[in-house]
Design a protein around this ligand. Structure first.
Ligand SMILES: Cc1cc2nc3c(=O)[nH]c(=O)nc-3n(C[C@H](O)[C@H](O)[C@H](O)COP(=O)(O)OP(=O)(O)OC[C@H]3O[C@@H](n4cnc5c(N)ncnc54)[C@H](O)[C@@H]3O)c2cc1C
Length: 431
């Protein structure tokens, strides 16, 4: 049996590897070197478009757990990365050329692997689309014609997400502006002095330099908080930080109010409303912690603004990665709303497993929910009115109802359960 995969990036190659091991013929279509995205530079498979870091290996991080789960699943990307690693402490960093060479060496060792350098401009059945955050425009149009334009996004403007337990509730209060709906927001007040200090830190903070193609269109669709601030000292007070409509402001009349909205993921996580930002990650820590209630806040995900094509997956995809409307069409990688190299690769494994089962008329299977990969697949497929790409983090796990005094004990328990479930899954399904 033959399967078509579009996109020779992290997800596409990982799915190809799984399918080849299972005896399928794979036609992998990669548009480079005929057509380049604005960020890719080489003609080789699995190009890392930016950093050479695949992030932490510590099991006390979502990234570390993700890698261990992928190891149990015999991940191509992890194997190639470990064969090409460069010393980098607690992170897995690679020599990117060697990494790509290792990926290709493994894939080309399968006689049923066929790499075709061609831009694909339509969507066909029995295929996986893994064309990533910079999917070519012709293919984007074809995807939109199937999904509808409301379900395909071109840009990402994400506000940071922080853990609930790191918010200082002695300096915050619950309430919704004009008492509309239930009081689901946490409000973080600032006095005039605190606001001015926050403003000064914000407008002078270091930002990420955007690529030309991102600069052109991104700011027109959504203004970063630091740019709003630059338009005038009071602009934020008339925008996302307006101190109005909150009758139960127990701190007296606040000069400005930052609102936190509960994320639609289980587990305690809050989005800082209207704080889409281009600040560098360490600057987000430093500047946003000047807000009194957030003085010790822990980030689950930092804010970011960049070009990023992704589906509104909760509306159109299953947790197996296929379209609800046309189940023979699968998507994998960043285009489904996972964020990051390893997350994209991991989704490639899940989708590889499921398209193999689909082709053999077997039932599709959900990845265990108490794993980081299962949590990501659940995240991309569960209802979410404000869906935005997500990386691997412990905030994705549903609460087990136990109050842990020691955070590390909680993480150890999560890790132990997750790895046990992956081992059982691998054994049961002979993946
Ligand atoms: C500018 C930028 C910087 C990033 N930096 C980081 C980072 O530092 N760390 C991190 O973890 N993540 C980073 N990411 C996210 C990262 O790109 C993704 O996490 C990861 O590469 C996605 O894997 P993927 O397989 O889904 O897509 P990709 O790795 O992008 O692979 C998709 C492939 O599909 C090909 N393709 C596209 N359209 C077509 C078509 N029509 N026909 C045939 N082939 C096609 C592309 O050429 C590409 O090779 C960055 C993303 C961007 C855009």
């Amino acid at each position: 049996m033959k399967i078509k995969i579009v996109g020779g990036g992290l997800a596409g190659c990982e799915a190809a590897f799984y399918l080849l091991k299972k005896g399928f013929h794979v036609d992998l279509y990669e548009m480079r070197p005929q057509v380049y995205s604005p960020a890719h530079k080489t003609s080789r498979l699995c190009e890392l478009v930016c950093s050479n870091s695949l992030k932490s290996i510590s099991l006390h991080t979502g990234q570390g757990l993700l890698k261990e789960e992928m190891r149990l699943l015999d991940s191509l990307v992890l194997t190639a990365a470990e064969k090409s690693k460069v010393p980098a402490g607690e992170s897995l960093c690679v020599d990117r050329e060697l990494f790509q060479e290792n990926i290709e060496k493994i894939l080309f060792s399968f006689p049923k692997f066929n790499l075709i350098h061609q831009e694909i401009t339509d969507v066909s059945e029995n295929s996986i689309i893994a064309t990533g955050p910079l999917t070519s425009s012709e293919l984007s149009k074809a995807i939109i014609s199937i999904t509808g334009k409301d379900y395909f996004h071109f840009y990402d403007a994400i506000s940071p997400i922080i853990t609930g337990e790191s918010i200082n509730m002695e300096k915050a209060f619950w309430g919704t502006r004009y008492e509309k709906g239930s009081p689901d927001f946490i409000n973080c007040p600032l006095s005039k002095e605190e606001y001015i200090r926050f403003y000064n830190e914000l407008v002078n903070a270091e930002t990420v330099i955007l690529k030309e193609f991102e600069k052109r269109e991104l700011f027109n669709s959504c203004m970063p908080i630091e740019e709003i601030a630059r338009t005038g000292i009071d602009s934020m007070r008339f925008g996302p930080l307006r101190p109005v409509g909150l009758k139960n402001d127990v701190f007296g009349k606040s000069y400005a109010i930052v609102q936190l909205r509960r994320e639609k993921i289980e587990g305690e996580a809050y989005n800082i409303v209207g704080f889409q930002t281009n600040l560098k990650y360490p600057e987000q820590n430093r500047v946003f912690q000047t807000i009194p209630a957030l003085e010790k806040c822990e980030f689950i995900r930092y804010g970011a603004m960049h070009k990023n094509c992704y589906l509104d997956s909760p509306q159109i995809l299953s947790s197996y990665g296929n379209l609800l409307k046309i189940p023979s069409i699968f998507f994998a990688g960043q285009i489904i709303g996972v964020e990051g190299y390893m997350e994209s690769a991991a989704s490639g494994i899940v989708v590889g497993i499921n398209i193999a089962r689909f082709m053999r008329n077997q039932d599709l299977i959900e990845f265990p929910k108490n794993t980081i990969i299962g949590s990501l697949m659940r995240y991309i497929s569960q209802e979410n009115n404000n869906f935005q790409p997500m990386n691997a983090n412990f905030g994705l796990f549903p609460s087990d109802g136990i109050k842990y005094k020691d955070k590390n004990l909680k993480k150890d328990t999560i890790v132990m359960n997750a790895l046990k479930s992956v081992r059982e899954y691998v054994k049961l399904l002979e993946v």
